[in-house]
Design a protein around this ligand. Structure first.
Ligand SMILES: NC(=O)c1ccc[n+]([C@@H]2O[C@H](COP(=O)([O-])OP(=O)(O)OC[C@H]3O[C@@H](n4cnc5c(N)ncnc54)[C@H](OP(=O)(O)O)[C@@H]3O)[C@@H](O)[C@H]2O)c1
Length: 397
């Protein structure tokens, strides 16, 4: 019989960096969680191991990989007893209490939106869903009494601070950025940074897409917008500081001149566990190094070398549909960079040009966003434009 105290989880993106760390939290607190659904795209080997260990009821993998997954399970003599289901369907099932979403890019939108419409608790690592769905997501969450729980370390720590002080006493909020591998490099070196250096993040071990975004600081632009939506804070009241040690993740400035900082060792299991257990807090069940030995440094961001950061405030102020355009254009540009078609700096060029194009040609996009279909249209139209811009750039070089 199911232990009633256990939260029943659907983990979307179980084979990724967020997904595997979420499962480590489950392993550390087995009396708290039950894994009911897991999903991956192509990594059938790891998914098979997870199926054998957690025995979920629902599984999703891309149709082309099903045969591989089944062969893998058969070779391990595992008697599979699960149902294949679409991700968007799994997140709505009645026997799911908490949905954890750790899928990169636009693909995260539908799972997050469907989970919200089903009134679930949703731990959202996928900031792209928050940016693309925007206000509509939060209005729907309010209607359906769904809870959107941030997983990004900056937003998780900000959530703890913001909830502890009256809003009228908070003058400004800050999120930090480690600065990625290039925060001390010359602009010319950043412009031509090779792929192998771009994907070597000095602090975090993450998926490829977010690692590339972090090196350019466009990930921080996403996070400015994410904070603005999650906590209903105007973009001009959100600051960014470079903090290479990545111990302090956020701060709030009170109107009396006090700064309150939120710090923890840079281990994603801490914010993941906070969202998964919410509203309860448990003793940390794994070893975490001390934060006290290192000096803590803070610097102002340099917008000359990291202009992508400015796109965060710009798109947050422009509001819908610009955060979605930012996500869409960045997805195209990062794909071109990963396939070695463009230079590292060209990611910024493509994204900035796409945003500028739609600032002048707003009429080419749906005039209002009232459904996920509207969001899809915006995503597709801006993706097409970003591809045109990227192809022109490739032709010229
Ligand atoms: N990693 C971090 O520390 C971190 C921190 C903060 C926020 N985030 C955010 O969390 C999200 C996930 O990041 P990650 O680093 O965990 O990514 P990741 O390591 O690349 O993992 C992505 C997961 O999603 C699956 N997936 C990929 N594309 C998919 C698609 N189109 N449809 C369905 N499933 C798909 C992958 O399956 P396969 O393995 O089969 O490909 C994998 O399970 C991103 O939005 C990122 O910005 C991550």
């Amino acid at each position: 019989m199911r232990n009633k105290k256990k939260k029943r989880i659907a983990l979307i993106g179980s084979t990724g960096s967020i997904g595997t760390q979420c499962l480590q939290v489950v392993d550390s607190l087995p009396e708290k969680f039950e894994v009911v659904g897991i999903t991956a795209m192509t990594n059938f080997k790891l998914l098979a191991k997870q199926i054998m260990k957690y025995k979920p009821k629902y599984v999703c993998i891309s149709p082309e990989k099903r045969a591989d997954l089944e062969r893998e399970l058969k070779e391990s003599l595992f008697k599979a007893n699960f149902e294949y289901a679409e991700i968007s369907d799994i997140v709505r099932r009645e026997d799911i209490d908490l949905v954890v979403v750790g899928v990169p890019g636009f693909a995260s939108c539908e799972p997050v939106f469907n989970a919200v419409r089903a009134g679930k608790e949703i731990a959202v690592a996928s900031k792209e869903a928050i940016l693309c769905l925007g206000k509509m997501l939060f209005e729907e969450a309010e209607k359906k009494k769904a809870k959107i729980l941030p997983v990004d370390s900056e937003h998780s720590s900000l959530w703890k601070l913001i909830d502890s002080y009256p809003r009228e006493n908070i003058k400004k909020v800050y999120i930090t950025a480690s600065g990625g591998p290039f925060w001390k490099h010359d602009k010319s070196k950043i412009e031509n940074a090779p792929y192998e250096e771009v994907i070597k993040h000095p602090v975090w071990n993450m998926g490829v897409k977010i690692t590339v975004d972090s090196a350019l600081l466009i990930n921080k632009a996403f996070e400015i917008i994410e904070a603005s939506y999650l906590f209903a804070i105007p973009p001009e009241k959100i600051g960014v500081k470079i903090h290479p040690e990545a111990i302090v993740h956020s701060a709030i400035e009170l109107k009396d001149g006090t700064f309150i900082m939120s710090a923890h060792f840079p281990d994603m299991r801490i914010p993941i566990m906070y969202a998964m257990l919410y509203p309860y807090v448990e003793d940390i069940p794994f070893e975490i190094p001390s934060i006290w030995e290192k000096p803590l440094n803070f610097f102002e961001p340099d917008f000359e070398r990291f202009p992508s950061l400015l796109l965060g405030w710009r798109c947050a102020k422009l509001q819908e549909p610009f955060p979605c355009i930012l996500v869409s254009a960045d997805e195209v540009a990062v794909e071109y960079f990963i396939s070695r078609k463009i230079r590292f700096w060209d990611i910024y060029t493509i994204v900035e040009k796409t945003v500028s194009y739609f600032e002048k040609n707003r009429k080419e996009l749906p005039s209002s966003i009232t459904s996920i279909e509207d969001v899809k249209k915006i995503y597709e139209i801006s993706k097409k434009k970003a591809k045109e811009i990227a192809d022109l750039l490739v032709e010229k070089t």
